[in-house]
Design a protein around this ligand. Sequence first.
Ligand SMILES: Nc1ncnc2c1ncn2[C@@H]1O[C@H](COP(=O)(O)OP(=O)(O)OP(=O)(O)O)[C@@H](O)[C@H]1O
Ligand SMILES: [Mg+2]
Length: 378
Amino acid sequence: MDFIDTISELNKYMLPDNNLVVEALRNVKDPNTGKDIISSRMVEDLRVDAHNISFSVLLKTNDSKLKSALNFACMEEIGKIYPDSEVHIHLKIKPEDAISNDSILPQVKNVIAIASGKGGVGKSTISVNLAVSLAEMGHSVGLIDADLYGPSIPTMMGLVGERPKIELLYGKHKIIPLQAHGVHVISVGFIVEPEQAVVLRGPRLGGLLRQFLQDCLWPDLDFLIIDLPPGTGDIQLTLVQTVPVTGAIIVTTPQEVSVIDAVKAMNMFLLPNINVPILGVVENMSWFTPEELPENKYYIFGKGGGKKLASIANSTILGQIPIVQSVREGGDSGNPVSTQKENSLKSIFNEIASNTIKQLNLRHELYAPTRIVKVENS
Ligand SMILES: Nc1ncnc2c1ncn2[C@@H]1O[C@H](COP(=O)(O)OP(=O)(O)OP(=O)(O)O)[C@@H](O)[C@H]1O
Ligand SMILES: [Mg+2]
């Protein structure tokens, strides 16, 4: 007779204990997050009365397969310790209103979108280095490559050719994000070959991003960084309709045309019905510094674009990054500069990470939590 059998044998003669029921239910997982249903606050109205145990389990979707799988899992866990008790489980769907204010990612504290107007200004480079810097500071960090037609994160994080594991949780397939440089990462590049990604269009793109948000088993995260494609397209809209984005970081070069396009991208986040605060601006490619002449600065793309954008945004500059060969090489080799101890760029990214945290704290003090954008059915 093993330990569980001994407990269940003894418990036959004892009345069920609330605490032991709670402990048993900790072995049942929330199908969304993989976390247990007790810490996910899905269990309500637990009553233990003589040999009757009753409680409700709150669900977000009315999925009959999932309901019966969860019902069975709860019964099984309680049956292990109190085989003779009568268990009554009420599976309740949360009211629509309660859900709309609820994140589908309750385990994620901050969702940060990295956006720009123009392509090629350094969003992915900044996403990767910001994620690595935050992780090195001891935070738990996730990174979603939302540039579904041109995923560059697998290369930049040194994860080319890797495939994420899939776990079956109560009949649903869940993707386990990969890990590199202390960051949890997902990209379409892990699922299809890069040259196949370009054929994905419209609704399928939105579906993929939703899957990255809903169907990945993200651990508890302090920050989830979303590397967006340039501009204001379907992916940006799907993002704000799926999760509450805590804030956006806008990337520009100092050049006037980059700033003009960045303003358009920024304005999308500021639309009254979207209402995502701007955390700040990162000016990339601010000047060129040859590695052998670190004191020299050549302002190839002009000056002042970041400052101008920050003042239009009523926000701040989080940092300025020079053009340095090792930034490009770090990206191409999967060893971002922020992982390289002697690299002078590392301190710039650390500063951007600290400034981002400062701005996030300010954002939480000044503004109400972001709400998911509701889609009107017309
Ligand atoms: N500060 C920098 N110094 C040197 N090279 C840089 C710097 N920033 C970015 N690069 C390089 O410029 C190229 C474009 O950068 P990146 O891919 O980060 O831009 P992006 O805005 O994400 O582009 P896209 O719009 O295509 O997604 C990359 O090859 C990257 O390594
Ligand atoms: Mg990119």
